[in-house]
Structure formats: structure tokens, C-alpha cells
Design a protein around this ligand. Structure first.
Ligand code: NAP
Length: 257
């Protein structure tokens, strides 16, 4: 029997890269995806190959439906199966929440195109392939921003809230063959916030997150990867769930330690 196959969008960096490596370590063949920059994708692919995985690296912008369908066709041609799909690719614009003029309608549309419609298009493209293997799992990488009113911008928070709602709808629509869940990371140490905030604000945010969370810790990409792997590979009776990975930030926001 062929090995299981995991597809992780936005897996050339951060959470996606850690997730691809974890699937590879656990015996899956993996698809590495990026939209702009091939070099880091090749580095992640090599790390996965070193763990024994067969790997394909596919450039695809998830906001483009033709790219999503081409990605599914490439996986079908190579392996004829897909057992796990992690919709991790995301985008944002850093705009202070009080700056209402700082976000245009186009900004909302650009963010929704990747964070919401991209995940939808990926699920639509992969559902027929995933239906072949009962118990297949999809995880949408949302954010604590969807439930806390914090995050890089109002448009980003709204997009992740929409992604949560889509997760619940998809869980109903694709049951019983496919389980669909979401994870909500807190502040994760990846290039995302380092680049978006700049070094000084990043360090201040990091110190703040560590100070106010009961577990006194920022999140590592591997922490999110753990949850994504469990939700796809285990969690046989869990669907339509949203799991926070935030050191207790949302549940106990003012407690600190
Ligand atoms: N970092 C955090 O604190 C945090 C917290 C909560 C949730 N999240 C969520 O976690 C996810 C990953 O974030 P990260 O921190 O790991 O970011 P990251 O390190 O910046 O990685 C982003 C990845 O997504 C890819 N990507 C971006 N746009 C894409 C598109 N349209 N199509 C396909 N791939 C695309 C990037 O590759 P290219 O640049 O080559 O396209 C890269 O591989 C995002 O959905 C984000 O909203 C992050």
C-alpha cells in the first residue's frame, strides 16, 4: 500500500514548514507549496527527503482557483491520494485597529482572497481525492485573532473569523468521509511577525505575550505543527473543532501569572 500523503500550503516557512517536516518524520509523503519564493521551499523539501519522504514542491497561489486545481491534479498524478490537507497559507496587512482609514475595500478583498477563498478553493480541489480515503483530515490555520479582537488588522481578524465559520460548515458538508478542524495560534515565532512588526515592536510584543499568558511562552511553529498533525492523523472523532494554541492567552487574558 502506498504511503499517506500530506499537502501543506505555505510550507516554505514558519508553521507550514514545521508541519511538513513533522508529517515527513511520521511517514507521510509531502507536498511543499509556496507562492513567491522557491529557494526556502527547496530547503524544506530537502529536510523532508532526509526524513524518508517523497516530496513534490509546487508553486501555487491559493487565491487562484486554477493553481489549486493544478496542485490537486499534480498530487493525483503522482500519488492518487491525499490524506491530510493543512490550509496554512495566509496573508495580512499590518494596520492599527483604530486606524479605520488605513484599510481599503481592496485590502479586505486581498486578505480574504488568500485566507478564506484560498482555503475554500483548496478544499474544493482536494475533496474528491480525499474522499477516497475515509478518515482523511483537513486543518485550517486560523488565529487567536479571530476570537480576541487582537492581531495585525481588523481585516485579518475578520478573515480568520470567516475561516472558523467555514470550518464548521465544511465539517458538516464533508462528513463522514473527511474531518475538518481549525487551529488558532497565538503569537508564533516565525518571519511573519518579525517582518510585519520590525525588530523593536516584535521584541516588545514577544515580551508582552510572555508576560500576560498563563504559560509564559510564545508559540513555536512546532507547537502548531503538533496540533495539525494530531487533527489530521488522529482525532478520529473530532470534527468542526477550533483549538487554541496560545499559552492560555484567550481563555485567561488578564490573569497573567
Ligand atoms: N506567526 C503568527 O504569530 C501567527 C499567529 C496566528 C496565525 N498565524 C497563521 O499561520 C499561517 C502561517 O503563518 P507563518 O507565521 O508561518 O508565516 P510565514 O513564516 O510568513 O510563512 C507564510 C507561508 O505562506 C506562503 N504564502 C503566502 N501567501 C501565499 C499564497 N497566496 N499561496 C500560497 N502560499 C502562500 C509563504 O510563501 P511565499 O511567500 O513564497 O508565498 C510562506 O510559505 C498564516 O495563515 C497565519 O495567518 C500566524
Amino acid at each position: 500500500m502506498s504511503k499517506k500523503v500530506a499537502v501543506i500550503t505555505g510550507s516554505s516557512s514558519g508553521i507550514g514548514a514545521a508541519t511538513a517536516i513533522l508529517f515527513a518524520r511520521n511517514g507521510y509523503d509531502v507536498v511543499i507549496n509556496y507562492s513567491r519564493n522557491p529557494a526556502p521551499a527547496e530547503v524544506v523539501a530537502e529536510a523532508c527527503r532526509a526524513l524518508g519522504a517523497a516530496v513534490i514542491v509546487v508553486q501555487a497561489d491559493v487565491s487562484k482557483d486554477a493553481d489549486c486545481r493544478a496542485l490537486a491534479a499534480a498530487v493525483d498524478a503522482k500519488w492518487g491520494r491525499a490524506d491530510a490537507l493543512v490550509n496554512n497559507a495566509g496573508t495580512t496587512k499590518f494596520v492599527a485597529a483604530k486606524d479605520l482609514e488605513g484599510l481599503s475595500a481592496q485590502d479586505f478583498q486581498d486578505i480574504y482572497a488568500v485566507n478564506v477563498i484560498g482555503a475554500y478553493q483548496m478544499i474544493r480541489a482536494f475533496a474528491p481525492l480525499m474522499m477516497r480515503n475515509p478518515g482523511a483530515g483537513i486543518v485550517n490555520v486560523s488565529s487567536v485573532a479571530s476570537v480576541m479582537g487582537t492581531g495585525s488588522s481588523i481585516a485579518y481578524m475578520a478573515s480568520k473569523g470567516a475561516l472558523n465559520a467555514m470550518t464548521f460548515g465544511m465539517a458538516r458538508a464533508l462528513a463522514p468521509a473527511i474531518r475538518v478542524n481549525a487551529v488558532g495560534p497565538g503569537m508564533v515565532e516565525t518571519p511573519w511577525l518579525q517582518q510585519g512588526l520590525g525588530a523593536e515592536r516584535y521584541e516588545a510584543s514577544r515580551a508582552h505575550f510572555q508576560n500576560v499568558t498563563p504559560l509564559a511562552a510564545t508559540i513555536q511553529p512546532e507547537d502548531v505543527a503538533d496540533a495539525c498533525f494530531w487533527l489530521c492523523n488522529g482525532a478520529a472523532k473530532t470534527t468542526g473543532e477550533f483549538i487554541l494554541i496560545d499559552s492560555g492567552f484567550a481563555k485567561f487574558p488578564t490573569l497573567g501569572r
